[in-house]
Design a protein around this ligand. Structure first.
Ligand code: MN3
Length: 241
């Protein structure tokens, strides 16, 4: 009877065009009120299939990223300083913040910035880099294959949770940087061109402990158009997070 009722409910819901209600367990969760905002994913959660599965994308964005935003908004209730400056300025000046908010800015502020960048630079078709970024990769790393090799090796060496980034300066020079936890190169006044999340939550459902396979597959969903936009903004000094 339970099976029958459930099927009836699902069929009825789909027929009524309210499939989103059935999907609610993984739906995008709106963050608590405050100065920080969780933007929706810029594409459907299945956009990066088969390399990154839709459920991983939904949980990663709707729960993990949402938690960082909620933590920031909760802290902002008692610490007005968090709402006084944009996120990238808080991150770039973290050492000058009151001690009581430094940890939440480092962990949840870093997490908010890192994931906001991460969703943007995926959802593409991968392949060879394009435009000015292709030239910058040649100039800074020799060629794209060398960048991939160094990036994947660096991502594999991150012990525990962290990120591997390619940073960019105003002259368009690129560099490879890894960070633990939710730390970001923005702490060091550097701009992030793109990066990959090597926390287990980013890949465990599909890849389990095979981080190297995830790092290799991730290049298939990189969005070079978006990365070129970030590159252009960086050269104008306008790339924030
Ligand atoms: Mn993550």
């Amino acid at each position: 009877m339970i099976q029958f009722n459930r099927r009836t409910l699902l069929t009825g819901a789909a027929a009524a065009g309210v499939y989103a209600i059935v999907r609610k367990p993984y739906a995008f969760a709106q963050a608590a009120e405050g100065p920080f905002k969780l933007d929706p994913l810029p594409y459907e959660p299945g956009k990066n299939e088969p390399h990154i599965d839709a459920m991983t994308m939904e949980i990663h964005h709707g729960r993990h990223h949402a938690a960082y935003v909620n933590n920031l908004n909760a802290a902002a209730k008692n610490n007005a300083v968090l709402g006084e400056k944009p996120l990238h300025e808080l991150l770039a000046n973290i050492a000058n913040l009151p001690e009581g908010v430094r940890a939440v800015v480092r962990n949840s502020g870093g997490g908010h910035a890192n994931h906001t960048m991460f969703w943007q630079v995926m959802g593409g078709a991968g392949g060879e880099p394009t435009g000015e970024v292709a030239e910058a990769i040649k100039a800074s790393f020799g060629d794209f294959a060398k960048l991939q090799e160094q990036f994947n090796a660096a991502g594999g060496r991150v012990f525990g949770s962290g990120w591997v980034f390619v940073t960019v300066d105003k002259a368009g020079k690129l560099a490879l940087v890894t960070k633990p936890n939710q730390d970001t190169p923005i702490f060091d006044q550097r701009m992030v061109l793109f990066g990959n999340d090597v926390w287990e939550h980013a890949y465990y459902l599909k890849y389990q402990n095979r981080r190297a396979d995830y790092l290799k597959a991730w290049w298939n969903v990189v969005n070079w158009d978006e990365i070129n936009k970030r590159f252009a903004a960086a050269k104008e000094g306008k790339l924030t997070i």
